[in-house]
Design a protein around this ligand. Structure first.
Ligand SMILES: NC(=O)C1=CN([C@@H]2O[C@H](COP(=O)(O)OP(=O)(O)OC[C@H]3O[C@@H](n4cnc5c(N)ncnc54)[C@H](OP(=O)(O)O)[C@@H]3O)[C@@H](O)[C@H]2O)C=CC1
Ligand SMILES: O=C(O)CCC(=O)C(=O)O
Ligand SMILES: [Mg+2]
Length: 414
C-alpha cells in the first residue's frame, strides 16, 4: 500500500450528502499543475476572507490538500498521477475544488481531469458565462451574454476510447469494421487512428434533466440543445432527439408549430420556457451575433469544451470563466482554463476563474452571503481597474497587478 500524504484537519467536519452543511466543513483541494501554484493559494485566501467577513468566525472552511497530477508524482512516486487516497477523499468529503492539470498532446498519460469526471461520475459540467461591468470584451454588447452551459461530462469522443494508427489494436478494429460491419468509408485504413464516440440515452437524459431543472429553479427563459446531429446522426442527432423527448415526457413540453421546438410552463413562476436546438457550427456564430437569444445550453462533451472557451472570450477570456463538475452525490469545482505553463510560478495570471469557481462552491453550500461578497469585491477591483495582465492589456488606464495582488485588491474591497 502506498504511503499516505493527506492530513485531515482535526477541527473540521465532514459534509454528508442529505444533511445540513456543517459550519466548519472540510474541503479537499488539488493545487493543480502549471499556474495552479499561483492561483490556488490566492483563491483560498480570498474565500477565507469572504467567509470570515460574512460570518464573523462562525463559519470557516477547513481546507485539506489532496494530491493529483505532477505534485502527486513527486510525493507518491513517478507513476502515481491520481492516488487512490485522493479519489477516496474526494468521495468521502463530497465537495471539493481543483486547479488545472496538464494533459500531454499525442502520447503520454490520458487526461486526469477527464478521469476524475468519469470515476466520480461527475456527469454535469456546469459553466456559467456572464459579463462583469468594465471587463474588456471583443463584443459591442457583452452585457447581452448571460448563458449557463450544461456540458455532458462522461461520454462522447472525449471519453478517450481510441487506438493509435499502426498499432495491432487499430488493425483489429479496422478489420472488424471492414469485414464484419461492411464499413467502406475509411479513407486511409493503413494509417488511420480510430476513436469511438459513445452517446447514450441515459447519459443524455440525466444531463438534460439537470439543465431543465436548473432552468426552472433559476427562472431562465430557454434551453438550447446544441449538437451536430445532421452529420453524426446516431450520436449527436440522438442527443437532440433524446433531449426533446425528455422535455416532452418529464416536463410536459408541447410542440411549437408542430415541433421540434417545444415549450412548457415554469411551475414555480408561471413563465414560459422554450426548448429549442441549434447545430453547433451555426450556434458558434449566433452566440457572437445574437447572444441575447440564448440562455441555458445543453450539449455534448466536445461541443461543450469548445463552446466554453469561445463564450468565455466574449466576456473577457478564460481568466474569469468558472465551472463545476457535478454528480448526484459529489461536486468538484474547477476553472475552465488549463495550466497555462508559460506563466507558471510567475504570480501573473488571473486567479478570477478559480475564485469564481469557489464562489459557485459557496452557493452550492448555501453560503450566499460569502458568495455575494466575492462577486461584489471582484466587481469593485475591476471597476477600480486593478487587474491582471490579461485585462490590463485590453483596458485603457488600467493598473496591471499580480495574481496575488488581485486577490488582495478583492479582499480590500469586501
Ligand atoms: N480542467 C483542466 O484541468 C484543464 C486542463 N487543460 C490542460 O492545460 C494545458 C495547457 O492548455 P492550453 O491549451 O495552453 O490552455 P490554457 O487554458 O492553459 O491556456 C491558454 C491561454 O489562455 C490564457 N489563460 C489561461 N488561464 C489564464 C488565467 N488564469 N489568466 C489569464 N489568462 C489565462 C492564456 O492566454 P495568453 O497566452 O493570451 O496570455 C493562456 O496562454 C494542457 O495540458 C491542457 O490539456 C486545459 C483546459 C482545462
Ligand atoms: O483535461 C484536459 O486536459 C482538458 C480539459 C478541458 O479542456 C476542459 O474540460 O475544458
Ligand atoms: Mg477546455
Amino acid at each position: 500500500m502506498s504511503e499516505s500524504h493527506i492530513k485531515i484537519p482535526p477541527a473540521g467536519q465532514k459534509i454528508i450528502p442529505g444533511q445540513a452543511i456543517p459550519d466548519k466543513p472540510i474541503i479537499p483541494f488539488i493545487e493543480g499543475d502549471g499556474i495552479g501554484i499561483d492561483i490556488t493559494p490566492v483563491m483560498i485566501k480570498v474565500i477565507d476572507a469572504a467567509v470570515a467577513k460574512a460570518y464573523g468566525g462562525r463559519k470557516k472552511i477547513h481546507w485539506m490538500e489532496v494530491y493529483a497530477g505532477e505534485k502527486s508524482t513527486r510525493l507518491y512516486g513517478p507513476d502515481e498521477w491520481l492516488p487512490k487516497e485522493t479519489f477516496d477523499a474526494l468521495k468521502e468529503y463530497s465537495v471539493s475544488i481543483k486547479g488545472p492539470m496538464t494533459t500531454p498532446v499525442g502520447g503520454g498519460i490520458r487526461s486526469l481531469n477527464v478521469a476524475l469526471r468519469q470515476e466520480l461520475d461527475l456527469y454535469q459540467c456546469v459553466r456559467p458565462v456572464q459579463y462583469f461591468q468594465g471587463v474588456p470584451s471583443p463584443l459591442k454588447h457583452p452585457e447581452l451574454v448571460n448563458m449557463v452551459i450544461f456540458r455532458e461530462n462522461t461520454e462522447d469522443i472525449y471519453a478517450g476510447i481510441e487506438w493509435q494508427a499502426g498499432s495491432e489494436a487499430v488493425k483489429k478494429v479496422i478489420s472488424f469494421l471492414q469485414q464484419e460491419m461492411g464499413v467502406k468509408k475509411i479513407r486511409f485504413p493503413d494509417s488511420s487512428g480510430i476513436g469511438i464516440k459513445p452517446i447514450s440515452v441515459e447519459g443524455t437524459e440525466r444531463l438534460v434533466r439537470a439543465a431543465l431543472n436548473y432552468t426552472i429553479a433559476n427562472d431562465r427563459k430557454s434551453l438550447t440543445i446544441v449538437h451536430k446531429g445532421n452529420i453524426m446522426k446516431f450520436t449527436e442527432g440522438n442527443f437532440r432527439d433524446t433531449a426533446y423527448a425528455l422535455a416532452r415526457k418529464e416536463f410536459g413540453a408541447e410542440p411549437i408549430d408542430g415541433g421540434p421546438w417545444c415549450k412548457f410552463t415554469n411551475p414555480n413562476t408561471g413563465r414560459e420556457i422554450i426548448v429549442k436546438d441549434a447545430i453547433a457550427d451555426a450556434f458558434l456564430q449566433q452566440i457572437l451575433l445574437r447572444p441575447a437569444e440564448y440562455d441555458v445550453i445543453a450539449t455534448t462533451n466536445l461541443n461543450g469544451d469548445y463552446i466554453s472557451d469561445a463564450l468565455a472570450a466574449q466576456v473577457g477570456g478564460i481568466g474569469i470563466a468558472p465551472g463545476a463538475n457535478i454528480s448526484d452525490h459529489y461536486a468538484c469545482f474547477e476553472a475552465t482554463h488549463g495550466t497555462a505553463p508559460k506563466y507558471a510560478g510567475l504570480d501573473k495570471v488571473n486567479p478570477g476563474s478559480l475564485i469564481l469557481s469557489a464562489e459557485m462552491m459557496l452557493r452550492h453550500l448555501g453560503w450566499v452571503e460569502a458568495a455575494d461578497l466575492v462577486i461584489k469585491s471582484m466587481e469593485a477591483a475591476i471597476a477600480d481597474k486593478q487587474v491582471t495582465y490579461d485585462f490590463a492589456r485590453l483596458m485603457d488606464g488600467a493598473t496591471e497587478v499580480s495574481c496575488s495582488a488581485f486577490g488582495d485588491a478583492m479582499i480590500a474591497r469586501m
